[in-house]
Design a binder for this molecule. Structure first.
Ligand SMILES: [Zn+2]
Length: 268
């Protein structure tokens, strides 16, 4: 498949440099930052305010799902405040190349945080980014057992031929010991239910997973979320999705506003 480097995706997302600059304010507030990997010159960066953290934020794993990265970037001033009392790891945009090119995966055509090699399902990492990112979260930084994780995705239905998921709204994944009943999970679920992208109670994802009251529990999908739950003992690991029927439907502003509410709910 050919694509134009840097082609505007038409959904109003800010350039990658704006996300990077916004997150850089965490460094100005005294947080540490590391470059976990690079993709064709795009840095994949993580920010943290302690050597051992108990809250993790993830965005931008898939390049057609910009709302999470944009919301985290806009939430940085609040993260600076929250970080005065809590130990946080923030990885706002794990696939900057995909974000800039409007491509789901990285340059190698593989998911940048695929974790199957550490979950006993494959011999080798799917791509260099997956190797670096999974190494980082399992050894490059301390993540406490029981740490709560929020991973902001979207579900671009339009990118998969044959995938039908009608309607509009959001849904959730919960992974981890007792994850669906943790306070963070309850708050996020309530926030989405009351949002402009309300919880979709029933449906089947492109991966054949059936929603039960708006959520899929204990998915074994080889994601970094599964890795954090099963190998780092994080709980809850909460993944948020919303249905996209076109890059701008629903509009990015509405999705970002909803994810800002989700961030507030996650931190409580
Ligand atoms: Zn995704």
């Amino acid at each position: 498949m050919t694509h134009l480097a840097g082609a505007a995706p038409g959904d109003g997302r800010p350039p990658f440099d704006e996300i990077l600059a916004a997150a850089g304010a965490l460094g100005d507030a005294g947080w540490q930052s590391v470059e976990v990997a690079r993709q064709d010159g795009f840095p994949i960066r993580a920010w943290f305010n302690a050597d051992e953290v108990d809250r993790v934020l993830i965005g931008g794993i898939h390049g057609r799902e910009p709302a999470g990265a944009v919301a985290i970037a806009r939430y940085v001033p609040r993260l600076v405040e929250i970080g005065r009392a809590r130990r946080l790891l923030v990885m706002p945009l794990l696939n900057p190349w995909g974000y800039a090119h409007h491509e789901r995966y990285g340059p190698s055509g593989q998911s940048v945080s695929d974790s199957d090699h550490l979950l006993g399902r494959s011999e080798a990492p799917a791509c260099p980014e997956a190797d670096a990112i999974t190494r980082f979260v399992t050894g490059g930084i301390g993540i406490r057992p029981g740490a709560a994780v929020l991973d902001l995705h979207e579900d671009p239905v339009y990118e998969a031929p044959g995938y039908q998921f009608e309607g509009a709204g959001s849904y959730l994944y919960f992974i981890g010991d007792g994850a669906a009943d943790r306070p963070e999970s309850r708050r996020v679920r309530a926030a989405l239910a009351a949002s402009s992208l309300p919880l979709i109670r029933e449906g089947v994802t492109r991966f054949g997973e059936r929603l039960v009251d708006g959520a899929i529990v204990d998915s074994a999908d080889g994601s970094i979320d599964e890795l954090l739950a099963r190998r780092v003992a994080c709980s809850p690991v909460i993944t948020v999705e919303n249905l996209l029927h076109a890059p701008d439907s629903p509009a990015l502003d509405i999705r970002v506003a909803t994810y800002l509410e989700v961030l507030d709910a996650f931190f409580g």
